[in-house]
Design a protein around this ligand. Structure first.
Ligand code: 13P
Ligand code: SF4
Length: 300
């Protein structure tokens, strides 16, 4: 074991910590984590944690969700500056303005939002359950924030009127339908799996639009031997690890989330050693945000 890995293992014992990592993290970070998964799985697993400290390897809103669900534990973000550009596209004031414009609509917020925005929302969703969440509501009008692409994808799977906020994920937005078409020409037998944060034009060319962990399951269960992957490159690691006999090709080399890549073994060790990057949520915000997250988790 490298010195750094030994140090992290020692700090984990000293802190009684659990290391949680999103599927987009660097391979070596995913490999030392106790729990990996997509946003929904990580939120669920964060309700079952039995440790004093949660070291969250991901971006700020994810660590905040862990803090919302674990007020009695210390949550450390593995790299203090790792944020989500899409989550930064809406704040609580923006949402209040939109709510005034559409007072009859229920607010469904993608988990990629700040705690303050969740606190202003009726229910949360992730890419794994957006359709289920929207269809679970009695309301006929939905204000879907902040991802216009996921919101549009959900709108194609429901009879409800979905009002879209104009946010997006920069890496997924960059992926073009022409790149998918070209990759399909090069690998005509491949299954195309993309994330619903991709544009409607990209999703239209795919065999399936899935959350990151749903992609891992889809690849495992599929008879296909080759897959074209339209999501952040970090997912290639668990896809290949889980399916050593299958081939996975990124549709584009620019599917990189720079914030997800900020965490390294070095930043994890430093964060743990200095007990820094503590993520906290003011109690009145936490209670309201937790209601939106709990409502989502209550949906099977
Ligand atoms: P999922 O792993 O939930 O599909 O999330 C994708 C994502 O962009 C997280 O920031
Ligand atoms: Fe945000 Fe996109 Fe990065 Fe996910 S991949 S953290 S949505 S910018």
């Amino acid at each position: 074991m490298s010195n750094l890995k030994q140090k992290i293992a020692r700090l984990k014992k000293e802190l009684n910590a659990v290391i949680v990592a999103h599927n987009y993290q660097r391979p070596e970070v995913q490999d030392i984590a106790d729990i990996t998964g997509d946003s929904l799985e990580l939120a669920r697993r964060c309700t079952e944690i039995d440790a004093d400290v949660v070291v969250f390897c991901g971006v700020h809103f994810m660590a905040e969700t862990a803090a919302i669900l674990n007020p009695e534990r210390t949550v450390l973000l593995s790299e203090g500056t790792a944020g989500c550009p899409m989550a930064d596209m809406i704040d609580a004031d923006d949402l209040q303005r939109w709510k005034r414009q559409y007072p009859q609509a229920a607010v469904v917020c993608y988990v990629n939002t700040t705690a303050a925005v969740k606190a202003e929302s009726d229910i949360c969703c992730t890419s794994a359950n957006g359709v289920k969440v929207v269809n679970s509501l009695d309301d006929e009008e939905i204000l879907f924030i902040p991802d216009k692409n996921l919101g549009h994808y959900v709108s194609t799977k429901t009879s409800k009127r979905v009002i879209l906020y104009p946010g997006f994920c920069p890496p997924h937005q960059r992926l073009k339908a022409e790149q998918v078409a070209l990759a399909k020409q090069l690998h005509p037998d491949a299954r195309v799996i993309v994330h619903p944060e991709c544009t409607a034009e990209v999703i239209a060319l795919a065999d399936a639009a899935l959350s990151t962990s749903q992609m891992i399951r889809y690849a495992r269960e599929s008879q296909a031997k080759t897959f074209l992957v339209g999501t952040e490159e970090g997912l290639l690691h668990p896809l290949r690890q889980n399916n050593p006999e299958k081939a996975f090709y990124p549709i584009s080399n620019s599917l990189v989330c720079l914030d997800m890549k900020k965490t390294t073994l070095e930043t994890i060790a430093q964060t743990m050693e200095l007990r820094q990057n503590v993520v906290t949520v003011p109690e009145e915000v936490r209670i309201k945000a937790k209601q939106a997250v709990d409502r989502m988790l209550a949906i099977a």
